[in-house]
Design a binder for this molecule. Structure first.
Ligand code: ZN
Length: 205
């Protein structure tokens, strides 16, 4: 199997991003500084499992559970002051008021992001979301595409559509593990300091 599969449909595109996310998640949870063979197998199996329908993206239950466990802080910068609720999928783009779409954000991030797509907003700020925030976001995007029967749609066709997220910004390649973090805690508010210590502070599984 080739390392990078052929990406033809929306489902392939999202599935490959989700599989890469699972690889990063596994490596970070284990405190690894580089990917090993097992991480690559996780990615490949998940991608082809999702494609063939033998595997499913897990529900948002895990993400909701984590939300209750982590300290209340801005999901983008870790600030604990002036918190407000942010719609991960913006209201202006039909994002709903369900808990799965609601996260903490400080007023500064909230007003800077406004109605923008999260990945678009973060890209402008030259930042990459925490892995578990991206996971929630991807699950919402996958759910949206599933409900509208978009997963089988050829990717170029979907790129031309008006969607409540930037399909072209859904990442396939991630920053190096040292620059990724599972979650942004209040202590590392200004930058994402990588994986050290995150899992010690709170078990995110
Ligand atoms: Zn913030």
């Amino acid at each position: 199997m080739s390392r990078t599969p052929r990406i033809e449909s929306v489902g392939d595109h999202l599935g490959w991003s989700y599989a890469n996310l699972a690889r990063a998640d596994a490596a970070l949870q284990q405190g690894c500084s580089s990917y090993n063979r097992t991480h690559n197998i996780i990615r490949t199996r998940l991608f082809y499992g999702l494609k063939k329908g033998t595997m499913k993206v897990r529900s948002l239950y895990d993400d909701e559970r984590i939300k209750m466990k982590v300290p209340q802080a801005c999901c983008y910068c870790g600030s604990t002051s002036n918190l407000s609720i942010d719609h991960l999928m913006p209201r202006i783009s039909n994002g709903n008021d369900e808990s799965s779409n609601l996260i903490w954000a400080c007023r500064s991030c909230n007003s800077s992001k406004q109605g923008r797509d999260m990945l678009d907003w973060m890209k402008r700020k030259d930042r990459f979301p925490a892995v578990l925030l991206l996971r929630r976001y991807l699950k919402l995007v996958l759910r949206y595409c599933d409900e509208l029967d978009l997963l089988e749609l050829p990717l170029p066709e979907a790129m031309d559509r008006e969607l409540p997220f930037e399909l072209s910004l859904i990442p396939h390649s991630f920053p190096p593990l040292a620059e990724l973090c599972l979650w942004i805690y209040p202590e590392n508010s200004s930058t994402c300091q990588g994986n050290s210590g995150d899992t010690e502070r709170i078990r995110l599984r």
